[in-house]
Design a protein around this ligand. Structure first.
Ligand SMILES: Cc1cc2nc3c(=O)[nH]c(=O)nc-3n(C[C@H](O)[C@H](O)[C@H](O)COP(=O)(O)OP(=O)(O)OC[C@H]3O[C@@H](n4cnc5c(N)ncnc54)[C@H](O)[C@@H]3O)c2cc1C
Length: 288
């Protein structure tokens, strides 16, 4: 339970942090809230020779509304996402998601950027980030690049980030009102609290019919995915219970459904349908 020895750096700017990543290459690891990295270092599953603590870099902990977009700094904690007035009013899906991550200690320390970069398939944010069609801003030696959520999660614990890039910001759309409803529901693992299945839904409804559906599912496969078959089955329809149940039956279509000691792949696929149906109905009830 004691990590292997490492050199510790606490840069005060993003530029300095990127310089350290360039200098130390694969030997270096960024540290944000530490709630994923430190446990794996203690188990010696990760043994970085250099730890670059970005937690003291100023300016990465802000949430700001800019027109129809809300920018969230990479160091914003899960608790700050949950408590944010701006997000609660304009993008309630994200606070709802943050509110069910781990426990109070985890939410006080863990960060949005750290969770996305870690890309744990059972983490809660990825489904919401996909359903919101968010953008992840990565800063590297050549400046900023914007990665659409759909391209960000590559496979289990792997993202589109380059080794010398740091997530600095996440951009989500302001979606409240305008006939849009959203919901995140999860079936938590009874011991860890991580998502066995987590379903994030954003619906646009007008004239009693679904105009657009975006559904992100985490926990089920090696990486979070958009449930496109479900989305397609909803668009153009009134969201009555039968239509929603028929559509939700496709929640695991095309997914490489994982199995573990807690849930077989059959049980997980079943949970995916059940939670997708519930999350769609909840989002529909909020689409006013
Ligand atoms: C007991 C426990 C229960 C938990 N339960 C849940 C849960 O229910 N749901 C859930 O979603 N999560 C859960 N977590 C994980 C938690 O949300 C972590 O905080 C999160 O996954 C990682 O964020 P962090 O800021 O702690 O990152 P760190 O642990 O500091 O870093 C994680 C990884 O991301 C990299 N990284 C960090 N920041 C950046 C950045 N800005 N740019 C690029 N790379 C970066 C690091 O190098 C490292 O590889 C739990 C953790 C614990 C310990």
């Amino acid at each position: 339970m004691i990590p292997a020895p490492f050199e510790y750096h606490a840069p005060s700017t993003v530029k300095e942090a990127i310089g350290l990543l360039e200098r130390h290459g694969d030997d270096a690891k960024l540290l944000a809230g530490g709630h994923s990295l430190l446990p794996i270092m203690k188990f010696r599953l990760a043994q970085p020779k250099v730890v670059v603590d970005i937690g003291r870099i100023a300016g990465l902990d802000k949430i700001e509304a800019k027109g129809s977009t809300i920018t969230i700094g990479a160091l914003v904690t899960h608790d700050a996402v949950e408590q944010s007035d701006v997000l609660q009013k304009q993008c309630p899906l994200l606070p709802e998601t943050a509110s069910v991550i781990g426990d109070m200690q985890v939410r006080n320390r863990g960060t949005l950027g750290g969770s996305l970069a870690h890309a744990d398939p059972a983490a809660d944010y990825p489904g919401a980030i996909l359903a919101l069609e968010a953008e992840i801003v990565a800063t590297g030696p050549k400046g900023n690049r914007t990665i659409p959520a759909k391209d960000f999660f590559v496979e289990m614990l792997t993202t589109a980030l380059q080794p010398t890039e740091i997530i600095t910001e996440v951009r989500v759309p302001a979606i409240a009102g305008k006939g849009i409803g959203s919901a995140y529901l999860k079936h938590p693992h009874p011991a860890s609290g991580y998502a066995v299945v987590g379903v994030a839904v954003v619906l646009q409804v007008s004239g009693g019919k679904c105009q657009k559906a975006a559904i992100g599912i985490n926990g089920v496969a090696g990486k979070a995915y958009r449930a496109s078959a479900v989305e397609k089955a909803l668009v153009g329809k009134a969201l009555d219970e039968k239509t929603v149940a028929d559509a939700a039956a496709h929640a695991a279509d095309g997914a490489d459904v994982q199995a573990d000691l807690y849930a077989s792949s059959e049980f997980r696929a079943h949970l995916a349908s059940v939670y997708t149906k519930r999350a769609i109905l909840k989002a529909a009830s909020r689409a006013t």
